[in-house]
Design a protein around this ligand. Structure first.
Ligand SMILES: Cc1cc2nc3c(=O)[nH]c(=O)nc-3n(C[C@H](O)[C@H](O)[C@H](O)COP(=O)(O)OP(=O)(O)OC[C@H]3O[C@@H](n4cnc5c(N)ncnc54)[C@H](O)[C@@H]3O)c2cc1C
Length: 388
């Protein structure tokens, strides 16, 4: 749903200028140095990028799912690392709080997340619980704190958590019943950095998305009061996580379309200028086929993302659609990246070219927030239950 076309167009134009004039010139140095310069983060704050999806009542822009998808397609035409810096706050790290948080929890955290004063993270994955997230072992048991205050003691460890090394607010999922697995005994806790017993590891050295710190979270006898339970109801955490991920999968699918457009543009530029056999390689029909297939697949992914976003805004059930979006868009982006490297030829393996960096960066999209196989399983589950 687009509420005000002129306003959205103005926002998109502003973001397009930001991407082209301010982000693209920094891509190579961020990749080399594995860090986003603080003045750039300050600029992101000034542009309101941390609060796009947060309701206006809490200082955000309150974008609808479709508006956010349009914005995500735009901002992700710069290296994904830029969006990764603010994307937790306007995605996975605030969604559970927005959909299920108590009014006082929203008032406490959302305005500061929207301003980018705090960086949030979403800590679900564990060494033994990735695709099978309900197998998580982090354990929370009722425990009295200082002065006999009622709360929880939490022990465990999380891995692969985006922004954990720099996060100020952690949404941590822990088991609060005695069963070894299953969704119903999982609770989400909100905990700020500085909570005794909560610590983070250094950022991993990764294949791509250099400058986006991802790391472990350690919970060693962490004590939190009852009011740290997201939504105030133990046992609801996994449902909160799935609600957040349902929306996030549309966001992520849009974030796959942006880099695919950029990759195709970079490949077209190369095909126009690189000459072999006395002519630009873009004159060869086999190269044209790669460009044409890429453009067609991108158009299909973009259309599905926007249609699914509209369906969600209209209150439709999108649990199967989000898997189709995420699967199609991430696999499309991967294929487009592979063809772009092919069009670059040997330079696609050797040079510090945007296509080379993006090829590494976008490989992640098929892995996180549900691997392609997990989304295939989800789609098939719905099909076998409901038919096509
Ligand atoms: C850079 C990065 C950032 C991340 N950020 C976050 C974050 O912020 N928060 C967070 O909680 N997590 C995060 N993750 C974790 C991510 O969501 C998981 O890595 C992902 O869900 C896959 O889990 P896994 O790595 O344990 O792989 P596994 O589950 O071990 O999967 C390995 C392979 O087995 C396949 N497989 C598994 N089960 C099945 C099945 N039933 N049928 C068929 N095939 C199957 C998978 O598709 C995959 O190909 C991040 C990961 C990375 C790499």
């Amino acid at each position: 749903m687009i509420r005000d076309t002129a306003r959205l167009d103005a926002l998109i134009a502003e973001l397009r200028a930001f991407v082209r004039e301010e982000c693209l010139p920094l891509e190579a140095s961020i990749d080399r140095e594995d860090a986003i310069p603080e003045p750039m983060v300050e600029r992101m704050r000034a542009l309101g990028l941390f609060g796009h999806s947060i309701p206006e009542a809490y200082g955000g822009a309150g974008l609808t799912t479709e508006e956010l998808a349009r914005v995500n397609i735009e901002v992700s035409q710069a290296a994904p690392v830029f969006r990764a810096r603010f994307g937790g706050n306007t995605g996975i790290a605030s969604e559970a709080l927005i959909s299920d948080g108590l009014p006082e929890q929203k008032a406490q955290w959302l305005p500061r997340l929207a301003r980018g004063e705090l960086t949030g993270c979403f800590a679900l994955t564990e060494p033994e619980a990735g695709s099978d997230a309900t197998a998580l072992r982090t354990r929370a048991v009722p425990a009295l704190g200082d002065g006999g205050r009622s709360g929880w003691r939490i022990d465990g460890a999380k891995c692969y958590i985006t922004n954990a090394p720099i996060a100020d607010l952690f949404t941590v999922f822990a088991r609060t019943d005695d069963t070894p697995r299953g969704a119903s005994g999982i609770t989400a806790f909100l905990m700020p950095r500085g909570t005794p017993g909560l610590s983070t590891g250094p950022a991993y050295r990764k294949l791509g998305q250099h400058g986006s710190p991802v790391g472990e979270v350690f919970l060693d006898g962490v004590w939190v009061p009852d009011d740290a339970v997201l939504g105030g109801r133990p046992g609801e955490g996994f449902r909160s996580a799935m609600r957040a991920l349902n929306k996030q999968r549309i966001n992520l699918a849009a974030l796959c379309v942006g880099p695919a457009i950029r990759l195709l543009d970079e490949a077209i530029a190369h095909a126009r200028t690189r000459r072999q056999f006395g002519q630009p390689i873009g004159e060869f029909q086999l190269v044209q086929a790669m460009l044409a297939d890429s453009a067609t697949e991108i158009a299909a992914a973009r259309a599905l993302v926007l249609e699914t976003a509209r369906k969600r805004d209209d209150g439709g059930d999108v649990t199967m659609d989000v898997s189709m979006c995420k699967l199609l868009a991430s696999e499309t982006c991967g294929r487009v990246a592979d063809r772009a490297v092919q069009i670059l030829g040997g330079a696609g393996y050797i040079e510090d070219h945007p296509i080379v960096r993006l090829y590494r960066d976008v490989r992640l999209f098929r892995l996180y927030e549900g691997t392609s196989q997990i989304h295939q399983l989800n789609i098939a589950k719905h099909l076998l239950r409901d038919g096509a």
